[in-house]
Design a binder for this molecule. Structure first.
Ligand code: ARG
Length: 459
C-alpha cells in the first residue's frame, strides 16, 4: 500500500491498514450519490470563479473534467482506485487526473459540508419520487373504491377483529387513501427541512476565504441557507425525518398487507388475487399465496429498524462532524428502496385483484350486524341510548339461548316491530349512516368527492 494518495497523505508516514479501509470506506454505497456530488462540485467551482478564487480557464477545465467523470460513472467505465474512500474522494481524484486544475476544486470546502449537501440533494429528489409513487397507489385504491361504490358492495366492519357494523367497501378502501395522504404530507414536511444548503460550512467553522455560500445555495436550487456551520455539518435530523415518514408508510402498508392476507384466505375469501401478483407453493399444488401482502407487512420491520438504528447512531454525538454520521446513508437508501418496491408491488396487486362481493355481503348480512342501528332506531323513538342498548342486547341474548331468532324477537317486540325488522334486511343498516365521514353510501359519495378534488389539486 502506498501512502501517496490518501487525502491526508501529507501528515501520515504510512498508508492505512486494510481493516481500517474496509470499515471506513463508504464508496461501495455512497457512489449512488455521484450525480448529487458532481452537481455540488459544479456549483462550488462556479462560486469559486465568481469570487475570483479560480479563473475562467480553470473553471472550464474543471467543468469538462466533471462532465467526463459523470459520464464514466454513469456508463460504469470509471476505474475506482484503492484509495477512493468515498464518492467525494473518487470524483475529485478522477477529475484531477483529467484536469490538473481540479486540484483547486476543494478550495474552501470539506467533505463534511460536501457530504451533508449531497445527502440533502439526494433526499430532495427521492422525496419527489416517493410522493409520486404514493399518489399512484392512492389513485389505484381510489379507483377501486369508486367501482365498489358504484356496485354498492359492503362488508362487515370490524373492531377487535370481531364483526361490528357493516360498511361500504368504498369506505374501507378510502380509509387507506387518507392514511397515505398523511404519509405524503409527512414526506413533504421532511423535504421542507431538508431544503437547506450547507455548502460553505467547511469542515466545521466556515472559511477565511471569501466564499459566497448564498451563491451555491441558489445555484443548487435550495430554499434556505444554513445559519451555523457547526450545526450545518452535524445535522442529520432531516434523514431521521424521512426515515420516520417512511416508517409510518411501512406501518400503513403493513396494515393493508395484513388485511389483504386475511381477505385472501379461504375462510374469508373476500378477494381473489391475480396470478401475476401471487405465488405458488413448491410442494402444495393447490396453493396461491399473497406474498406481496405478506412482504408489505414484513418490510415494516426493517423500516422501523432503519429509523431506530439511525436515531441510536446519532445519540450523544458531540459537535461537529463525526464519522458515525457516515451511517446515515445505508438506512436511508434501504428505506427509500424498500418503500419504492412495496408501493409498486401493492399498486399492481390492488389494481388486479377481484373483490368477491357475494362473500363480503354474506358475512355482513348477519342480523346481529344491525344491532347498533336497531338501538339508534329506538333512540329516534325517544328511548335513552343506554336503555336502547340494553333492550337490543337482551334480544341478542334471548336469540342465542331461546327458540326465537333475532329477527323474530325484533318483529315481536312492541317497541320494534316490522318497521325495525326492515333494518335487518341485507344491506339495509349501513344505508342509514349519513353523518360526515361515515360509512353509508351518501356520506361515502361526499367523502370520495372530497378525496377526488384533493387528488386533482395535488396531481
Ligand atoms: N464518507 C464520509 C461520510 O459519508 C464523508 C465525510 C468524511 N469526512 C471526513 N472528514 N472524514 O460521512
Amino acid at each position: 500500500m502506498t501512502n501517496g494518495n490518501t487525502l491526508w497523505h501529507g501528515r501520515f508516514a504510512g498508508g492505512p491498514a486494510e481493516a481500517l479501509q474496509k470499515l471506513n470506506d463508504s464508496l461501495p454505497f455512497d457512489q449512488r450519490m455521484f450525480r448529487e456530488d458532481i452537481a455540488g462540485s459544479r456549483s462550488h467551482v462556479r462560486m469559486l470563479e465568481s469570487v475570483g478564487l479560480i479563473n475562467k480557464e480553470e473553471l472550464d477545465a474543471i467543468m469538462a473534467a466533471l462532465l467526463q467523470v459523470e459520464n464514466e460513472i454513469a456508463e460504469g467505465t470509471i476505474r475506482w482506485a484503492a484509495n477512493d474512500e468515498d464518492i467525494h474522494t473518487a470524483v475529485e481524484r478522477r477529475a484531477t487526473e483529467l484536469a490538473p486544475a481540479a486540484a483547486k476544486m476543494h478550495t474552501g470546502r470539506s467533505r463534511n459540508d460536501q457530504v451533508a449537501n449531497d445527502v440533502r440533494l439526494f433526499v430532495k429528489s427521492e422525496v419527489d419520487d416517493l410522493v409520486s409513487l404514493a399518489f399512484e397507489l392512492i389513485a389505484v385504491i381510489r379507483t377501486r373504491a369508486e367501482e365498489a361504490h358504484a356496485e354498492g358492495i359492503y362488508l362487515p366492519g370490524y373492531t377487535h377483529m370481531q364483526q361490528a357494523q357493516p360498511v361500504s367497501l368504498a369506505h374501507h378502501l378510502a380509509a387507506y387513501c387518507w392514511m397515505l395522504l398523511r404519509y405524503v404530507d409527512r414526506l413533504k414536511d421532511a423535504k421542507r427541512r431538508t431544503d437547506v444548503s450547507v455548502l460553505g460550512a467547511g469542515a466545521l467553522a466556515g472559511s477565511s476565504l471569501p466564499l459566497n455560500p448564498a451563491f451555491t445555495a441558489a445555484d443548487l436550487g435550495f430554499d434556505q441557507l444554513f445559519e451555523n456551520s457547526l450545526d450545518a455539518v452535524s445535522d442529520r435530523d432531516f434523514v431521521a425525518d424521512v426515515l420516520y415518514a417512511l416508517t409510518t408508510l411501512g406501518i400503513h402498508l403493513s396494515k393493508l398487507g395484513e388485511e389483504l392476507v386475511i381477505w385472501a384466505s379461504s375462510e374469508f375469501a373476500f378477494i381473489t388475487l391475480d396470478d401475476a401478483f401471487s405465488t405458488g407453493s413448491s410442494m402444495m399444488p393447490q396453493k396461491k399465496n399473497p406474498d406481496i401482502a405478506e412482504l408489505a407487512r414484513g418490510k415494516a420491520g426493517r423500516l422501523i429498524g432503519n429509523l431506530t438504528g439511525f436515531l441510536a447512531t446519532q445519540k450523544g454525538l458531540p459537535l461537529a462532524y463525526n464519522k458515525d454520521l457516515q451511517e446515515d446513508k445505508e438506512p436511508l437508501f434501504d428505506s427509500c428502496d424498500t418503500a419504492r418496491l412495496t408501493l409498486l408491488a401493492l399498486r399492481g396487486m390492488i389494481q388486479t385483484l377481484d373483490f368477491n362481493a357475494e362473500a363480503m355481503k354474506l358475512a355482513a348480512d348477519s342480523p346481529y350486524a344491525a344491532a347498533t342501528d336497531l338501538a339508534e332506531y329506538l333512540v329516534e323513538q325517544g328511548l335513552p341510548f343506554r336503555d336502547a342498548h340494553a333492550l337490543v342486547g337482551g334480544l341478542v341474548r334471548d336469540s342465542l339461548v331461546g327458540a326465537k331468532s333475532f329477527a323474530e324477537l325484533v318483529r315481536d317486540h312492541p317497541s320494534l316491530g316490522h318497521e325495525a325488522q326492515k333494518l335487518l334486511e341485507p344491506g339495509a343498516s349501513y344505508q342509514r349512516r349519513k353523518t360526515h365521514g361515515s360509512g353509508g353510501p351518501e356520506a361515502v359519495r361526499m367523502q370520495l368527492d372530497r378525496l377526488n378534488s384533493l387528488l386533482e389539486s395535488a396531481l
